[in-house]
Design a protein around this ligand. Structure first.
Ligand code: ADE
Ligand code: ZN
Length: 343
């Protein structure tokens, strides 16, 4: 029988978000407001026209608009505003911890200094922790459509911030840009003490997931949907307890799945994969993290027990230290034992 109270249960569930591109949280209203104050002209006349353009049939359709939108971001205050708007929205969804991607090359290639981007985001993270009680970590993403030398140059720019960056990731156009292209820079990042993750198996084949594991030595896989096409790979991901940062509404919007009832998340859980639910680029894909939870609750009939597992996976798959993970799990357990009612 469907659980009529599942939306309320999801709303109060303590959770972490592990797959969120901060540039993908730029709402059209903010795009226009920041564009206006920076005198950047957008290729759209109105907020409605922007939203109407968000009809994608593949990843590249989205990326073209996402990179265009990011052009309005020029100053430290812009990056602060972007970051704090996301954290406010996340806090409303009872996100207790967020690990956020940023794409420095999207900005440094336009002449915006790395420090401007990082300082604005780090200031938003500090305010979120202080005022909203949301902890966070920053993940520097390399753009895979660019070459490895450019990724190395970005890692060098990040050097003064390396103690404030938790890890590196790999995003942008997947097909034709396999993880093997970035083996050297991931090795260097790992030697620098950074955590490692990569988008793999969103549109790309299972071979890209193998490469992310074997050549990049990642601890997490971002998306990972297409790993399910390979039973040996699936069993390996289960055995190694690799966290998959799954993004249901993103998958729907980018036609990775054609209907939420066909989304592989339930199958992932049934197979014992350590899946989590995330929003990816919420301003572009029609929802923040709880919208994603609700979409799979209604599309796949996931239960409270499934959502408790997903929330648990989000904390244990995070890059928080053991004490912070335990603290978050204790809050999660208290919520579940209290019958799913916020205390
Ligand atoms: N950059 C922002 N969102 C992305 C996604 N879903 N896949 C690859 N690159 C991205
Ligand atoms: Zn992503």
């Amino acid at each position: 029988m469907p659980d009529a109270t599942i939306d309320a249960f999801i709303a109060g569930l303590p959770k972490a978000e592990l797959h969120l591109h901060i540039e993908g949280s730029l709402e059209p209203e903010a795009m226009f407001a920041i564009g206006k104050r920076n005198k950047v002209t957008l290729p759209f006349k109105s907020v409605d026209e922007v939203r109407a353009a968000y009809a994608f049939s593949r990843l590249q359709d989205f990326l073209d608009i996402y990179y265009a939108g990011a052009q309005v971001l020029l100053h430290e205050q812009d990056f602060f505003d972007l970051g704090i708007a996301y954290f406010r929205r996340a806090a409303a969804d009872n996100v207790r911890h967020a690990e956020i991607f940023f794409d420095p090359q999207t900005h440094t290639d336009r002449g915006v200094p790395f420090a401007v981007v990082a300082d604005g985001l780090l200031r938003a993270m500090a305010v979120a922790e202080r005022d909203l009680g949301v902890s966070s970590k920053l993940i520097l993403c390399f753009l895979r459509h660019l070459d490895e030398d450019a990724a190395f140059a970005t890692l060098r720019m990040a050097e003064p911030y390396v103690d404030r960056i938790a890890g590196v990731g790999l995003d942008s156009s997947e097909v034709g840009h396999p993880p093997s292209k970035f083996a050297g820079v991931f090795k260097a990042a790992g030697e620098r003490g950074l955590h490692l993750t990569a988008h793999a198996g969103e549109e790309g084949p299972p071979a890209y997931v193998y490469e992310a594991l074997d050549l990049l030595k990642v601890g997490r896989i971002d998306h990972g949907n297409r790993a399910l096409e390979d039973d040996v790979l699936t069993r390996r991901l289960v055995a190694e307890g690799k966290t998959l940062t799954v993004c249901p509404l993103s998958n729907l919007k980018l036609c990775v799945v054609h209907d939420m009832v066909q989304h592989p998340l339930k199958r992932m859980l049934d197979l014992g994969l350590k899946a989590t639910i995330n929003s990816d680029d919420p301003a572009y894909f029609g929802g923040y993290v709880n919208d994603n939870f609700r979409a799979v609750a209604h599309g796949l009939g996931l239960t409270r027990a499934d959502f408790a597992t997903l929330a648990r996976n989000s904390f244990t798959g995070s890059w928080l230290g053991a004490a912070e993970i335990s603290k978050n799990l204790a809050a999660l357990d208290a919520y579940i034992e209290g019958g799913g009612v916020s205390g």
